[in-house]
Design a binder for this molecule. Structure first.
Ligand code: HEM
Length: 489
């Protein structure tokens, strides 16, 4: 009798596995193919992960000419058992990103990636996200950000002084700006958003850097439920980094609560709730605040530092735009004047340069979502449970949208705002767009303006062009430029 029950159980489990591992994906694949959406065929259990990893490895193993073109198309692929629809059509993107969070929301993170981002905004869904977002938003409004300008200017001046010392008596000196801008951005973020010193923040950035490497490994494979609890060597390292990061942030939070002059920084807002949104009640629990801080430490530094790195490389390559920008800076900041908050809107050419940089080399080159219900995207019927891979980089390089010079650096295309909502979205679209946008743009303008005013620069012969995606789009081998002091500064 027992064997009969076991046999029935075995048949039941086998049939259920066949249903979800073979039948459901096959049916979904057919459903999309009938609507004209093709792509690599589904492979049981792992989907197309092996191909994706192989292609990533190949792409990372070689450098490419310093041009800005990439390949694009719309297709269906498989991330494990999950269908993933890659979208590069602005009409469809416009239907996905700003959609209601009851219909389309972010993906659940791989639990191992949560150790890096925490349960902060990008990892939250539904109404919990709404509550956190409302509390954090006032910390990044433009008036708040403008009040940070003097601190940003002081940090950039300090960095340029070090460049100048490094140059010494020489006409020009090579600077690897990728590392420089990461340190700079870390310092600015610590001082402004967290109201702490760079030294305090530095340990957190170092711990997160190590966690990034482990997160990348986790994100490239299918997560097996329960795996994160196994005491493997890598998991133990993840746990240690996580504990140290949380402890270091806790120290900053505790010190912040004892400081009287901290009412406007992010930590205070998160702890107390926003004064403008009394209906939200009290702030977040301390563990939730730590999670949000982890997110902001990571998202704030990686993105802005990489954006400025690409902008400087592009200006080093395009001397005509460097000269135009310099002309503007000398006009806005006369003599020895430094950038001030009221001058930000006068940097029109620098704004265009930043927009064009974010078009060609946006640090975030794709956005992920999933349908919670059956939805219509453009003319396509999409079943619940489908993931969307919104190919931001592809849309930003599309010749049908940007014209035949789509792969050229041409900031003048931003003299007018882009025509279509879904064609340009470096900071995302809809309610889940980037909360740190104001900070990123003001910071980037100040850094560029101050460098351009003091130095001229060209791409160093030691620079190797190999953009790579390591959570943010970055130059794989660093960004080397040769800087020369401007004689009449
Ligand atoms: C050039 C710099 C930056 C770029 C290109 C950028 C890009 C983006 C994009 C595309 C999104 C939307 C993600 C999605 O829709 O899933 C996003 C979200 C986010 N960004 Fe940024 N970002 C930048 C700077 C910053 C800074 C400086 C901070 C914080 C200090 C920040 C914090 C965040 C957070 C917390 C979210 C999640 C927002 C939410 O879910 O409510 N970002 N960013």
């Amino acid at each position: 009798m027992i064997f009969l029950v076991l046999a029935i159980l075995l048949i039941f489990v086998s049939l259920k596995s066949l249903y979800s591992i073979i039948w459901v994906p096959w049916r979904i694949q057919q459903f999309f193919r009938k609507q004209g959406v093709n792509g690599p065929s589904y492979r049981p259990f792992y989907g197309n992960i092996a191909e994706i990893m192989q292609m990533t490895k190949e792409a990372q193993s070689k450098s490419i000419p310093f041009t800005h073109d990439i390949v694009h198309r719309t297709f269906l692929c498989w991330f494990g058992l999950k269908p993933r629809l890659a979208l590069a059509d602005p009409e469809m993107i416009k239907d996905v990103l700003p959609n209601s969070i009851d219909m389309i929301d972010r993906l659940d993170y791989n639990p191992l990636a949560r150790l890096l981002f925490g349960q902060g905004l990008p990892g939250l869904t539904g109404h919990k996200w709404t509550a956190h977002r409302r509390i954090a938003t006032p910390a990044f409004n433009i008036e708040e950000v403008k009040a940070w300008v003097p601190e940003m200017v002081a940090s950039v001046s300090k960095m340029l002084k070090i460049w100048e010392d490094k140059r010494g008596e020489k006409d020009e000196v090579e600077i690897e700006v990728y590392k420089e801008f990461h340190n700079l951005s870390a310092e600015i973020l610590s001082k402004t958003v967290f109201g702490s010193s760079f030294e305090e923040g530095k340990r957190i950035f170092e711990l997160q850097e190590q966690q990034v490497t482990l997160t990348m490994k986790a994100l490239q494979s299918v997560y097996i439920p329960g795996f994160r609890f196994l005491p493997t060597k890598m998991n133990k390292l993840r746990w240690r980094l996580e504990k140290e990061t949380r402890d270091a942030i806790r120290v900053i939070i505790e010190r912040n609560s004892k400081t009287t002059d901290s009412s406007n920084n992010l930590i205070s807002l998160l702890m107390s709730g926003s004064s403008n949104t009394k209906e939200l009640g009290p702030g977040l629990e301390i563990e939730e605040v730590i999670d949000e801080c982890k997110t902001f430490y990571f998202a704030g530094k990686e993105t802005t530092a990489n954006a400025v790195t690409w902008a400087v490389l592009l200006l080093a390559q395009h001397q005509e735009w460097q000269s135009k920008a310099r002309g503007e800076v000398f006009q806005v900041c006369k003599g020895n004047e430094l950038p001030t908050e009221d001058k930000m809107h006068e940097f029109k050419i620098i704004s265009m340069i930043l927009k064009e940089t974010l078009r060609l080399y946006n640090p975030v080159n794709r956005l992920l979502r999933r349908s919670l219900k059956d939805v219509k995207i453009g003319s396509l019927n999409v079943p619940a449970g489908t993931e969307f891979y919104v190919a931001l980089a592809d849309v930003h390089h599309e010749t049908e949208i940007w014209g035949p010079d789509a792969n050229e650096f041409n900031p003048s295309r931003f003299a007018e705002p882009p025509r279509h909502l879904g064609s340009y979205f470096p900071f995302g679209l809809g309610s889940k767009n980037c909360i740190g946008r104001n900070l990123a743009l003001v910071e980037a303008k100040i850094i560029l303006a101050m460098i351009i005013k003091q130095f001229s620069f060209v791409v160093s012969p030691s620079y190797v062009h190999a953009p790579t995606m390591r959570l943010a789009l970055q130059p794989q081998y660093g960004a080397h430029i040769l800087v020369r002091r401007i004689s009449d500064y």
